[in-house]
Design a protein around this ligand. Structure first.
Ligand SMILES: NC(=O)c1ccc[n+]([C@@H]2O[C@H](COP(=O)([O-])OP(=O)(O)OC[C@H]3O[C@@H](n4cnc5c(N)ncnc54)[C@H](OP(=O)(O)O)[C@@H]3O)[C@@H](O)[C@H]2O)c1
Length: 362
């Protein structure tokens, strides 16, 4: 049986350059299964996977060559051919896929439960990304929201939890940049659940100000332009969500010694990259990099995996209700629409109240 498919290829040195290429998907070998990727989310987080593809290894998951890469994305897929005893045709999984129509995995684990892809080149990569969860019967609306939110909510919960563990660094405010992003909004909501917590301030662009003001979680909203005149209670913890060097510098210069802690979460701003550390002459504390997969492993060990999963999923279920009300899902169902969605995301031409869910197997 021959399966014809397509890949969205992105240039590793310039995320604006991309093309959809037709491919023939190999039949599964012993132990493998081929899945049709039914839906995946396209958010700023995927842009970080591309911009940090070499530094953090994201090009290694679904390798192409030294020029082109397949950007990973979170979503749902269905088995269309299997020579694995753990997966039957029609089984469905949630997990980390390439932006493609199909993917091949070599699952290990127990039939019907969490599976791990043991394809040789993936074994050394962070385990969180190699895990696939059984998805059950298809439910489009729930799966669209879950594709958009699940990986980002986990990060948000971990950021809030890590700050709480440190007593919020005795700060009077937590300032979150890219406040309109799903990760920042969910972090604000998680922080707001703590009884004794600092003020939560969202830092955003003028165009997204009203959207941020409507989000639950933030006590105040400040635009990038107003940062230097805004009165923000000190000391301040800064959570740099999308990694703009200019924003990071203006926060550090404005707060100076009133900055208690500075955390870098993302690196989406490829046009003005802040990197994963502070420049030598940045006033205030040296920014620390936040990497959710490592923090997740640490907290699962400390809390016990069962309790950790219970805490995150209980909070996520509650937040998904909230998120569903503030977000409209937009579907990208043709290759041209998926290319446009990717380029818009890379260029920051997105509407914060819209979440893009794509398919290349339509
Ligand atoms: N460290 C980790 O483990 C980890 C895990 C998950 C996510 N993250 C990071 O969290 C960040 C947010 O991801 P998300 O998926 O939640 O984002 P999203 O919902 O797609 O966020 C969109 C918002 O981010 C800002 N933005 C994004 N790209 C931009 C660009 N090119 N130019 C200007 N503004 C841009 C804008 O916010 P404003 O107008 O409010 O500035 C925009 O409204 C990403 O950088 C991602 O990598 C990190």
């Amino acid at each position: 049986m021959t399966i014809n498919g397509v890949d969205l290829l992105v240039r590793r040195d310039d995320p604006r350059v991309c093309e959809v290429r037709e491919v023939t998907v190999d039949e599964p070998r012993d132990g493998q299964a081929v899945l049709r990727i039914q839906r995946f989310a396209v958010t700023a987080n995927n842009v970080t996977y591309a911009t940090a593809g070499d530094v953090l290894g994201y090009w290694k998951f679904f390798p192409v060559d030294s020029t082109w890469g397949r950007v990973p994305a979170w979503g749902f897929a269905e088995v269309v051919a299997s020579r694995s005893e753990l997966l039957d045709e029609g089984d469905r999984l949630y997990g980390f896929w390439p932006m493609s129509s199909h993917a091949t995995i070599e699952p290990t684990g127990r039939k019907g439960s969490r599976l791990i892809d043991a394809t040789a080149h993936r074994v050394p990569l962070p385990p969180l990304y190699n895990a696939y969860l059984p998805a059950g019967a298809e439910d489009s609306r729930r799966e669209e929201l879950e594709s958009l939110l699940r990986p980002l909510f986990g990060t948000a919960w971990l950021i809030a939890d890590s700050l709480a563990q440190e007593g919020f660094h005795n700060a009077a405010s937590v300032l979150l940049s890219s406040a309109s992003s799903k990760t920042a909004a969910a972090t604000a909501w998680c922080l707001a659940q703590y009884e004794h917590r600092p003020q939560i301030v969202g830092l955003t662009s003028v165009r997204n100000r009203e959207f941020v003001e409507r989000l639950p979680g933030y006590d105040e909203t400040v635009t990038y332009d107003d940062l230097t005149t805004a009165s923000i209670a000190t000391p301040v913890v800064f959570v740099d969500v999308a990694g703009s060097a200019a924003v990071r510098e203006s926060v550090h210069r404005h707060c100076e010694s009133d900055l208690a802690f500075s955390l870098i979460v993302g690196s989406t701003h490829w046009e003005n990259p802040g990197g994963w550390s502070g420049s030598a002459d940045l006033p205030g504390p040296t920014p620390q990099m936040f990497f959710a997969p490592s923090q997740g492993v640490k907290r699962a060990e400390e809390l016990g995996r069962g309790e950790f999963v219970r805490l995150v999923s209980t909070a996520q279920t509650e937040y998904t209700e909230v998120y569903g009300k503030s977000t409209e899902v937009r579907l990208a169902t043709t290759p041209d629409m998926v290319v446009q969605a990717w380029i818009d995301q890379v260029n920051g031409n997105t509407d914060a109240s819209t979440g893009i869910v794509a398919t290349l197997s339509g």
